[in-house]
Design a protein around this ligand. Sequence first.
Ligand SMILES: *Cc1c(COP(=O)(O)O)cnc(C)c1O
Length: 230
Amino acid sequence: MSIKDNLDGVRERIYRALDRSGRKPGEVTLLGVSKFHPASSVLEAVAAGLTLFGENRVQEASGKFPAILAENPSVSLHLIGSLQRNKARTIVPLASCIESVDRIELLEELERRSAELGKTMDILFEYHTAEDSKSGYPDRDTLFRSLDRLRDMEHLRCRGLMTMAPFTEEPLPVRKSFRALKALQEDCARRYPELDFSVLSMGMSSDFEAAVEEGSTLVRVGTAIFGGRP
Ligand SMILES: *Cc1c(COP(=O)(O)O)cnc(C)c1O
């Protein structure tokens, strides 16, 4: 199967999951997770019409993406993996969105680096919803402290929330994790009506159809598009 065939298959499955859940085509954006795959694979996906990519490591992203972004103005990159504060200055010029904001110190550093560049950065707040994962804000109060702080930040734009479901074949814990993020989105929208929480980034190769059924608006799909990682 070529990357184009894989992409067509994933798009079809998203379309059907939207249809099943009474949602409209176009309500979900597909992000291709290109970590561990070469620039040539990214370009194959670009040729097949994919314009949004995600990387989870700053070092890999900063090796691969400057040339791709320079030559393909329609392409954008999200950082989806945990970010160390000292790597913020490297990723801010490259990414259009940081999906993995998980603490207030990182928020402050992203604001500082975005201000230096005169750039407005989209951000998602990563929330911890799965017992076996460590990433994301651990509870609502910690998240709300960051959201309170965001009010004074001129170079960051809240777009929504992100989570990683547990790594399990069992459907129930996965659904529970997606539902928790959806409920949090509703709480946040009520509590911070001036902020935008429209993006719900949830769903990967193994669970993106369930995520779409539970309200995802952004699925992060690697293996099902690019094949296995070395
Ligand atoms: C690797 C990764 C994905 C994609 O995983 P696949 O199972 O290959 O689709 C999605 N989100 C994050 C945060 C990742 O690190």
